[in-house]
Design a protein around this ligand. Structure first.
Ligand code: MG
Length: 381
């Protein structure tokens, strides 16, 4: 499934009381929900259209996500969409999805149906039949009942053959901008079909809509947890690598790679959270390629697998078990290095240390051990 996407996040949000695209919904910026969902569904690139001067907010909201770039918005939505399409033009995409960031609870199923529908149409949009009776009223008094047969509520993303949409926008001659992109295609005589909409794909318009969306958010994303354990033996050396930091010592840890047990336990925890086996499956110790390798690469790889699924790490917690070296003087450097490798804020990264009161192999100082847990958020399958 190959497609590109434009996410319009250029609104000032006057009705929602301030720009809503950067507000947190269930702990995550509104715009991030959509971009993650599109990446999860396989978007090759996502042009995110943002207001002038909002580059820092966008970078913060979408930190760590691959394959997206910011585009400056226009005065009206249609103008913003055209800027997004222009920014994708040199990639010559065949199919493009145009989505409003104000509809954060997007699922892969909706995207897949849209992309497939384009095999037989110029455009496709998710829609829900109108279930409520429609009343016409003036001054609070009913003046009539409208027939609802054949009426649908249009949602986004809307999907188009890229060339058809660019040409339809260029050919639009209406006095007002089209209400949505499908209208431009309709006016140009193109064929637009409906795909099943999703009630969770509600639009955040008013402040109270956030409450409803918060309640629905757990149906779209899920939390996973993984744990990892590793141990390595000491030998004579010039320093011990732990959690990406080299601690000067007359010891070293013995292993095929740099034997950083902290990074190995954490890598296994991340892989465990997404059911991706263990570090040995991805970096076999029999492969000479990994001899003496710096273990930050293993963790980066695991974090990359999470991101490739449209997921993100939420937090990690590492416990180092040893009599020596003393961990405390190096703990903050370790946290900072792990946060850097994983693209996490510092308060989402914990490193702790304990001894086992001189008992067992760590007590005899034969080696050290590390254990880790990682929490990951993924699109619900
Ligand atoms: Mg190991």
């Amino acid at each position: 499934m190959s497609f590109h996407a434009v996410v319009v996040a250029a609104g000032s949000g006057s009705r929602a009381g301030g720009p809503k695209q950067w507000r947190l919904l269930a702990g995550k910026p509104v715009a991030r929900w959509s971009v993650e969902a599109l990446l999860d569904a396989g978007a090759e690139a996502v042009a995110v259209v943002i207001p002038a001067g909002a580059e820092a907010e966008a970078e913060a909201a979408l930190a760590g996500l691959p394959r997206w770039f910011p585009v400056r918005g226009g005065a009206q939505r249609a103008h913003s969409v055209r800027n997004g399409l222009d920014a994708l033009a040199d990639r010559a995409p065949e199919k493009v999805l145009v989505h409003d960031a104000a509809r954060p609870l997007l699922t892969r199923r909706v995207v897949e149906a849209l992309v497939k529908a384009l095999d037989e149409a110029d455009g496709a949009l998710p829609a829900l039949p109108v279930a409520d009776t429609l009343k016409r009223a003036a001054d609070g008094q009913v003046t009539g009942t409208a027939a609802r047969d054949g009426l649908y509520r249009a949602q986004t993303p809307q999907a188009f053959r890229f060339k058809a949409l660019v040409e339809a926008h260029a050919a639009w001659t209406g006095a007002e901008d089209p209400t949505d992109d499908a209208q431009a295609i309709e006016a140009a005589g193109g064929r637009v079909v409906l795909t099943p909409g999703d009630p969770r794909l509600m639009k955040l318009t008013y402040p109270e809509d956030f409450e409803m969306a918060e309640a629905l958010a757990g149906q779209v994303r899920e939390l996973r947890v993984g744990q990892g354990l590793d141990a390595h033996r000491f030998g004579p050396g010039d320093g011990v690598w732990l959690c990406g930091v080299k601690i000067a010592s007359d010891l070293m840890l013995i292993g095929h790679s740099d034997a950083d047990a902290g990074l190995h336990a954490l890598t296994d925890a991340v892989l465990g959270a997404i059911g991706e086996g263990d570090i040995g499956d991805h970096f076999p110790p029999t492969d000479p390629k990994w001899k003496g390798a710096s273990s930050d690469r293993f963790l980066e790889h695991a974090v990359g697998l999470v991101r490739a699924r449209g997921g993100r790490l939420v937090n990690v917690d590492v416990t180092l078990v040893c009599e020596r070296p003393k961990i405390k003087p190096h703990r903050e450097a370790m946290r900072a290095r792990l946060a850097e490798i994983m693209g996490l804020p510092l308060d989402a990264v914990s490193v702790k240390a304990t001894t086992l009161e001189k008992m067992g192999f760590t007590g005899r100082e034969e080696g050290l051990a590390a254990q880790a847990v990682a929490m990951v958020e993924l699109p619900r399958s």
